[in-house]
Design a protein around this ligand. Structure first.
Ligand SMILES: [Zn+2]
Length: 701
């Protein structure tokens, strides 16, 4: 199957691998009966007092409205309102400011001025980034370290039901530069104050504001300005980010259509966030310094300028933007590298989905709003991305990328639903996708199926294979690739699967050896337990663990064992020594071995690729025998089905404690090798048996 025809186009821009941060999800705003509102917002920041003083002059055109209602933070005080220059009464309660309109004002042009002041002092965390909650619940803080005001913080009057545009002028102590959406009209310092001037002339769904002592760098990419707003200690990263930003803007402009904003800025936050806003991303300095961010999250956030911050999400039908962005960013970068990397990435989505999602926490993609834990990520991002992959395979390359261009051209800055996407894919794909969307988008779950071979017959010089795909209820319809290997050839066939049983017949001119259904992992499905290699995550979620300290263990390694148990967050963990073991204790628990055990039986399920000796270990023939080397692996339990065993074997105590604290970050891997405290190798055990693979005995008829 040809995977992608546009590849050569991408390669000139990027060489990349993947990971993702979250984008801020705006609350849904009703699109009905929109008012025109042009704000001229003037903000003065007083960081020493965590305070701002605001004045908003809003030119409004009403159309049959009896009242104007603004969202505004309950923390605000000293509120005054004027209408056309005259003081006006208003109601302010529960974060809503209401101005009742007189009859003559209900279809008119008018000028509303709102004066206010307020303290924003949410405590700011210093923990490292956690992409599941990009802002740690902080919505507004003004401090000498920096200013961070989210749209939802109510730091400016947001007229409900309007399509607002803004001129925003921020005045702050000299050197403090403010950044927001839109286009910079420059910043000037005069009389001890720095004034930053911004123009937002497209209707944004919410305005966020950041301010700090930024070093600003800019670069032109056609009509677009790439910019960095970095704190002095990280300003050396500017060139790298500017050049990567230009590359992504060029890539996605080619793929989807012209970049929708005048700038894209990489803005440093003074605490570790990972936000994507229209026309800029806000990341903590510790995040920006990670070498892979420029190859992963940055591209993801820029892709959101087309999907989510460009074409808006209609949240009533669920948020499709994370699935699509993951697909055209994180995933696409893998596909650019190789078909194998892309397949591995899809496989990881299937693993995430199959291990994290259960009937009791599953929900349809059309109900996904935003990510707040691993399950919502596995559905909204991973399953979502897989659904776009399947659409692409059903309607083909040209129709898929063409539909995305159509959607972008037709729906920029408009709330857009799964049904809007469906229509666009149907037009280009020239077929109904109703059944496709019903089963993948509006229904929770995924198919579970396996392959059966009923008979293999030799007729003259030909072999005939009769088989079937058996599907559990509820069943799905999907195209499935079958791959049949013989000693001489590989035959690929596509069949349409539907219902509990789908029969197929294959012929080949040599004795068949191996039949694989969905060899490239192109279909979202529940993996079978035998297809999921044991991984660190399995230990983390184990119900009860026995941590076994080997005989003759260096006492210094006991400390590392405790660090390991703690960092893995083991539940119901017991420490025992090897001589305290008995069979019953072993079979009732998952086990974590520390050091080289006296009883070799404990290691009998370690895959043959690994050899463990007293003072060394080897993987695939590579020997590790330095005192600073360490091995960690998860494998099948020696005595109990459906349980796991893990081995942590540092060859000395040198770096053992450092390594012990790191292992928890490699949740999806089966094995890890560390040298001098740094990870050197990691991977998965191969899947030995899969119900999607049928192997013929050596001599088949
Ligand atoms: Zn995202």
């Amino acid at each position: 199957m040809k995977e992608i025809s546009n590849i050569p186009l991408f390669i000139r821009y990027l060489k990349i691998s993947a990971l993702s941060l979250a984008i801020l999800v705006w609350g849904a705003i009703s699109p009905a009966a929109e008012l025109n509102a042009r704000h001229h917002l003037r903000i003065e920041l007083i960081p020493d007092e965590a305070r701002l003083i605001g004045k908003d002059d809003i030119a409004i055109k009403t159309s049959g409205s009896e009242a104007l209602i603004f969202r505004l933070s309950e923390r605000l005080t000293q509120i005054k309102v004027e209408v056309d220059g005259n003081p006006r009464d208003f109601n302010f309660r529960g974060g809503r400011l209401q101005i009742n309109l007189e009859a003559r004002e209900q279809n008119a042009e008018m000028r509303v001025s709102i004066f206010y002041a307020g303290i924003f002092d949410d405590p700011v965390p210093v923990r490292p980034v956690n992409a599941d909650n990009p802002g740690y619940g902080v919505t507004g803080t003004i401090s000498s370290k920096g200013t961070f005001l989210l749209a939802g913080a109510g730091w400016y009057p947001e007229l409900i039901g309007s399509r607002p545009t803004y001129r925003l002028t921020v005045s702050a102590p000299a050197g403090l530069i403010a950044v927001t959406a839109g286009r910079s009209r420059g910043h000037v310092t005069e009389n001890g104050k720095t004034v930053s001037d911004w123009e937002v002339d497209y209707p944004v769904r919410g305005l966020a504001l950041s301010a700090a002592r930024y070093v600003v760098e800019e670069k032109s990419v056609g009509k677009v300005t790439a910019a960095t707003y970095l704190l002095p200690q990280n300003s050396h990263l500017a060139a790298t980010y500017l050049s990567a930003t230009s590359g992504y803007i060029a890539l996605y402009s080619d793929l989807f259509g012209p970049y929708p904003f005048e700038k894209f800025a990489v803005v440093e936050n003074f605490f570790p966030t990972g936000f994507g806003f229209p026309s800029y991303t806000l990341m903590g300095g510790s995040v920006l310094r990670l070498p892979f961010i420029v190859h992963t999250s940055l591209g993801h956030e820029i892709a959101h300028c087309w999907w989510g911050n460009g074409v808006y999400v209609d949240y009533d039908e669920g948020n499709w933007s994370e699935g699509l962005t993951s697909y055209v960013a994180d995933y696409l970068y893998q596909e650019i590298q190789s078909a194998e990397a892309a397949r591995d990435y899809r496989r990881q989505w299937l693993r995430n989905f199959s291990t994290l999602v259960r009937p009791q926490n599953d929900f349809a993609l059309s109900r996904f709003q935003s990510r707040y834990d691993p399950v919502t990520k596995a559905i909204g991002y991973d399953k979502g991305a897989m659904v776009f992959h399947m659409i692409r395979r059903v309607i083909g390359e040209e129709a898929f990328w063409g539909s995305l261009r159509d959607i972008y051209r037709d729906r920029l800055f408009q709330p857009t639903s799964w049904s809007d996407l469906q229509r666009a894919f149907e037009i280009r794909g020239k077929r109904s996708l109703q059944n496709f969307f019903d089963q993948w988008v509006y229904r929770p779950g995924a198919p579970r199926f396996h392959v059966d071979v009923a008979s293999t017959e030799k007729r003259g010089n030909e072999w005939k294979v009769d088989g079937r795909i058996m599907q559990e209820a509820p069943t799905y319809n999907f195209p499935l690739t079958l791959e049949l290997k013989t000693g001489k050839q590989t035959i690929t066939r596509k069949i349409e699967v539907s219902g509990p049983t789908t029969l197929f017949e294959l012929t080949c001119d040599d004795s068949p050896l191996k039949l694989t259904a969905d060899p490239a992992d192109d279909i979202l499905r529940w993996l079978y337990p035998s297809e999921i290699p044991p991984a660190v995550n399995a230990l983390k979620s184990a119900a009860s663990v026995l941590t076994i300290l080997s005989d003759n263990l260096d006492p210094a390694l006991e400390k590392a064992a405790r660090t390991l148990a703690l960092s893995l967050g083991l539940k119901h963990n017991r420490f025992v020594t090897e001589d305290q073991l008995n069979r019953q204790l072993l079979v009732e628990n998952d086990i974590l071995l520390i050091g080289y055990p006296r009883s070799k039986d404990l290691l009998k399920k370690i895959p043959p690729r690994v050899a463990i000796r007293q003072k060394s270990f080897s993987l695939d023939g590579s020997l590790f025998d330095k005192a600073s080397d360490a091995f960690f692996g998860i494998f099948d339990h020696p005595y109990a089905e459906n349980r796991i065993a893990a081995l942590f074997m540092p060859l000395s105590s040198q770096y053992a404690d450092i390594v012990a604290a790191k292992i928890t970050h490699y949740g999806k891997y089966s094995y890890l090798i560390f040298q001098m405290g740094a990870n050197r190798d990691k991977g998965f055990w191969p899947v030995e048996s899969s119900p999607l693979v049928f192997k013929w005995p050596e001599k088949s008829e």
